[in-house]
Design a protein around this ligand. Structure first.
Ligand SMILES: Nc1nc2c(ncn2[C@@H]2O[C@H](COP(=O)(O)OP(=O)(O)OP(=O)(O)O)[C@@H](O)[C@H]2O)c(=O)[nH]1
Length: 216
């Protein structure tokens, strides 16, 4: 549980008209990591119970450039569509989470190893002495408290994300799958997330005899 709260002087808000509609956009500087993060809020949140929430880790290649080797961009679009479909919800976009927290340069080093040596997303980090996942969800918990969100339906396939948010005091009422169809370019990445990182991705083809054809 992180007790720190966001200082009002470190928050700025504006309306943000997007292709999907008008959001309340809340920028904030987190008191612990010092990064400037973003929350997009749709609709009145009422009592703040059971709010549909996506906590999305920055991925400049997937989110902004449309890269296909991960499914980050697809998930960002799908999460916003789901929130707009309900007419109520929050997307928290966490900066400083690039590459699961190792940063852009280090992420590219891991991507090069994946391309050149066929390592997966886990081994390509560990051979470089980098953490597989260094993300801190404290900023998400703090902004959800700031927004008076009391419990969330969390859009994620990653059970650890729900647990980490709960460790920071967020009540996760349920986990809502955010399953993206596999593409040729991201099949190996998705398989590694399922097989090595424990993500719930039941829509992927099961690995026959313990090996995934997408990897071979
Ligand atoms: N280190 C590293 N990071 C990657 C790689 N591919 C994508 N990422 C980063 O992974 C982060 C997203 O994490 P994921 O593990 O894909 O998914 P998640 O956020 O844990 O789970 P979901 O909530 O289901 O999306 C983003 O910050 C991406 O930049 C990679 O090969 N190596």
């Amino acid at each position: 549980m992180s007790d720190q709260s966001i200082d009002p002087s470190a928050v700025a808000e504006s309306e943000l008209a997007t292709r999907r509609g008008v959001f309340r956009a809340v920028a904030f500087r987190d008191p612990e990591d010092g990064n400037e993060h973003l929350a997009l809020v749709l609709g009145p949140l009422g009592e703040g119970e059971d709010v549909l929430v996506r906590v999305h880790s920055e991925c400049v290649t997937g989110d902004a450039m449309g890269a296909l080797r991960c499914e980050c961009g697809d998930q960002l679009d799908a999460a916003l569509d789901r929130i707009v479909g309900e007419g109520r919800g929050v997307l928290v976009y966490l900066r400083g989470h690039e590459g699961r927290g190792i940063g852009l340069l280090a992420k590219f080093r891991t991507l090069a190893l994946q391309d050149e040596q066929g390592l997966d997303t886990v081994d390509s980090a560990t051979v470089l002495g980098l953490p597989v996942d260094a993300r801190d969800y404290g900023p998400a918990a703090r902004v959800l408290r700031h927004l008076e969100v009391r419990s969330v339906r969390l859009l994620t396939n990653n059970p650890d994300k729900g647990r980490s948010l709960e460790d920071h005091g967020v009540k996760v009422a349920s986990r809502v799958p955010l399953l993206m169809p596999a593409r040729a370019q991201n099949r190996a990445y998705l398989a590694a997330k399922r097989d090595r990182l424990g993500h719930d991705l039941p829509h992927l083809d099961p690995p026959p005899n313990g090996s995934d054809p997408a990897l071979g």
